[in-house]
Design a protein around this ligand. Structure first.
Ligand SMILES: *Cc1c(COP(=O)(O)O)cnc(C)c1O
Length: 360
């Protein structure tokens, strides 16, 4: 008998994964509202690039829209294409801008707004037909953006600019660079016609009204990141990685576990293996440092990671909860400021690392 692998008609539903990312929609909406309020007379938009920082853009965007958010930013054209049925393309912007004629043509056809980052991109956009765009002005990052000195260029002056953007280098710190960038951005605002000004990312929103312009662009803080300590009380955790316990075993004092036997049991222990590993973004830096809690159970019970995190699996010390068994779910400790301090990863990396195998 020949089995056609492409014929899936005989398959029932694909079984649910033993790995899921719990996204708290109410916390996400509450974070957006808090940032919109903190933005004063400016409106808060949302950076939803990198699959909404790993949380799942197709789930996050409608939740933000429902909360009142209207302006969305992605990095790549491909990311915009995946959201076209969910938002008004005229309020969806691509930060990388049109790199070639095909991208400019896609923007023209779809209505998605390009962010113009160079004189070259300005010429390309005008040649493709022009229309509303945003302009990124470099005020100190030296990464993407038109220099202030180039703003008089004919191609830049010919643009129909909705938002004049710049991006802060270190909004999470108190550094003179913030004020220097703000002054350069204000100077740029005097040199080109535009409808709206936009400077602040998440951290920049806390720097005060002078940084707000008309539109702010929070990313990490929407998703529970805390760029500046004073924002902590306003923001709630949104993303919680969860995995099922695949197997439980009793080990004796002196037994080792995991790769390279980095952990040797000091006493008889009950340990559980869960379906999350470094291939999922739960990196080896969590070995011997991370912890999980029973999902939906007593979150006061801490189940430490023992031994080395492997590709698909992590071993937990279950001694504190003898009732936890195979098939039960656990939640990783993943409050972003705390998790960053423990792991040495940035709050941004912690979210964007989370892999494809999570059900979102
Ligand atoms: C990613 C990004 C943001 C959002 O930054 P956060 O620090 O996550 O708030 C805003 N503006 C631009 C241009 C970005 O690239």
């Amino acid at each position: 008998m020949v089995i056609l692998l492409s014929d899936r008609s005989g398959l029932s539903e694909v079984p649910a994964s033993a790995l899921r990312l719990d996204v708290d929609g109410a916390a996400l909406a509450s974070n957006w509202r808090a940032l919109d309020t903190l933005s004063g007379t400016a409106r808060a938009g949302a950076a939803v690039k990198a699959n909404a920082y790993g949380l799942g853009a197709r789930r996050v965007v409608p939740l933000l829209h429902e909360a009142g958010c209207r302006d969305f930013f992605v990095a790549h054209w491909r990311e915009a294409a995946e959201l076209l049925d969910l938002v008004d393309p005229r309020r969806l912007a691509v930060l990388h801008g049109p790199m070639n004629d095909a991208e400019a043509a896609f923007a023209q056809a779809s209505g998605v707004v390009p962010v113009i980052n160079s004189v070259e991109q300005a010429r390309r956009w005008v040649a493709a037909g022009g229309g509303a765009c945003h302009l990124m002005v470099d005020t100190g990052m030296n990464r993407l953006g038109v220099a202030v000195a180039e703003l008089g260029d004919g191609a830049v002056q010919a643009l129909e600019i909705d938002a004049l953007l710049s991006h802060l280098v270190a909004a999470e710190e108190d550094t003179p660079l913030n004020e220097l960038q703000r002054e350069r951005w204000m100077a740029a605002r005097g040199l080109v016609r535009h409808a709206r000004g936009s400077l602040a990312n998440s951290g920049g929103i806390a720097l005060g009204a002078a940084y707000h312009g008309d539109l702010t662009r929070p990313g990490i803080a929407l998703y529970g990141g805390v760029p500046r300590a004073e924002m902590g009380p306003l923001l709630r955790q949104v993303a919680r990685p969860q995995a099922a316990v695949l197997q439980v075993r009793e080990i004796a004092a002196g037994d080792s576990l995991g790769y390279n036997a980095t952990f040797v049991a000091p006493r008889a222990m009950r340990v559980g293996t869960v379906a999350m590993g470094y291939a999922d973004g739960y990196l080896r830096c969590w070995s011997g440092k991370g912890a999980f809690r029973p999902a939906g159970g007593d979150t006061g019970v801490r189940l430490p990671v023992v031994g080395r995190v492997s590709m698909d699996l992590t071993i937990l010390d279950l001694s504190a909860l003898p009732t936890l068994g195979e098939g039960d779910w656990v939640t990783a400790d993943y409050d972003l400021p705390e998790a960053a301090a423990v792991s040495g990863l940035s709050q941004y990396e912690l979210l964007t690392l989370l892999g494809r195998r999570f059900t979102r």
